[in-house]
Structure formats: structure tokens, C-alpha cells
Design a protein around this ligand. Sequence first.
Ligand code: HEM
Length: 219
Amino acid sequence: MTRPNNAITRYTAANRVNHWITALCFVLLTLSGLAMFHPMLFFLSGLFGGGQWMRAAHPWIGIVLMASYLGLIIQFWRENLVNRDDVAWMKSIRYVAVNDEEHVPPVGRNNAGQKMVFWSMTLLVPALFFSGLLIWEVYFGAATSIPVQRVAVLVHSLAAIAAILVWVVHVYAAIWIRHSVRAMTQGYVTPGWAWRHHRKWLWELASEQHDKAPPRKHP
Ligand code: HEM
């Protein structure tokens, strides 16, 4: 679809490329991780050219995910800082759940749910990365003891389960709120979308525009 004239940019091209690299790495890591997690899921290794290729590729994809998510942290941390609106949003969660947005207080650029996804991943991705390094046998096997590796495997698995659950919530919310996906594919939203889902953000943008506008000449 062509971008309407009154479209509002929500994500820049850099934001979007960074996001989709993160998403791709996450999906590949989930598939290969699950294949290594349980024999019933080992058939997924076929997607990677077999078990050995998959086991070799998994940690490298993890490095790309860590670097890529660091990019998202740098770009988005500021807009995910918690404020009073988040408390009000959480209190109205029962209205959010039934799509009764008229009873949900207006929020800024991100709502408390989005912020929770952001901060959970900010905790979980580094947890997966560092516990993963400890169990990367080829390079760090000799440097880590068996008891340390046992704890690291446990932390890695628990963090992976938590991250997959957070990811499911994130993707569900992205599909549930119509036209959110377009914000992350084409970069823009309509003023109507912003009014409905992020009203304070729209007000902020409108007041910025107002401040930038040249003073009106009175006749
Ligand atoms: C294939 C799966 C994914 C889909 C379909 C998806 C979809 C989306 C969409 C539509 C948005 C925009 C939401 C809005 O502006 O209202 C978004 C934002 C975002 N996504 Fe994803 N995403 C996926 C995977 C991931 C993964 C794996 C991560 C992190 C590890 C992630 C982290 C983020 C972040 C940080 C934002 C910015 C907004 C915020 O701070 O919450 N996404 N995603």
C-alpha cells in the first residue's frame, strides 16, 4: 500500500532492519535450540543441514542476536522507561484484554505491555548469551568446570523457555493490534492508529509540530 500523506513515521529504516535481523536470529535459535532440547524435536535439525551443522551454527547465531539486540536497546531504551501512565495502563488491563480501549487511559509511544517485552528481553538475551558462552564446548570447554557448565545449561534452558513465552506474547500482540505489523514492515502508522492506541504520543507529536510551525501572521 502507498504511504498516505498524513502518515506518521513510527520506525525508521534502521529500526526496522535491526528489528527483523533480531527476529530472524531469534526464530533460528528457537528452532535449533528446541531440536537440541528434546529428542522428539530433533527432526528440526533437518532445517539446518543436520545435527552437526546445527550445533555448530547455533552459538554463532546467538552472537549475532546479542549484537543485534544491543542495537535495539540503544535505539529504544529511552522510550521504554517506566512512568505513571504504565501503572494506570496495568490497572486497566481487564479492558485491554477485551479490546475496550475507551476505558484504557491514554499512553505515550509504548504501553506497559510493550515495555515489559522490551525489559524482559533486555534481561533474557544477555542471560542466554553469557550462559551460552559457558557451555560452548569447542572454545570454552577447557576453561569451565563441569559444575559450572551444569548450572549454565540450566540457566540457558530456563532463560530460553522464558524468552520464547515473551516472544509468543509479543507476536500475538503485534498481530492482535491491527496495522502494528505494518509499522514494523513499512515504518508508518496513521493518525487514527496513533489516536486509538498511543494517544499521548500523538499529542506529543502534534505539540512538537505546533512548536516548529512559523508564527501566524495576523492581518
Ligand atoms: C518474528 C517475530 C516478530 C514479530 C512478528 C514482531 C513484530 C513486531 C512489531 C509489529 C512491532 C511494532 C509494535 C508497535 O509499534 O506497536 C515490534 C516492535 C519491537 N519488537 Fe518485535 N517482532 C518479532 C520478534 C521480535 C524479537 C525476537 C524481539 C527481541 C528479542 C523483538 C523486539 C522488539 C522491540 C524491542 C520492539 C520495539 C518496541 C518496543 O520497545 O517494544 N521482536 N515487533
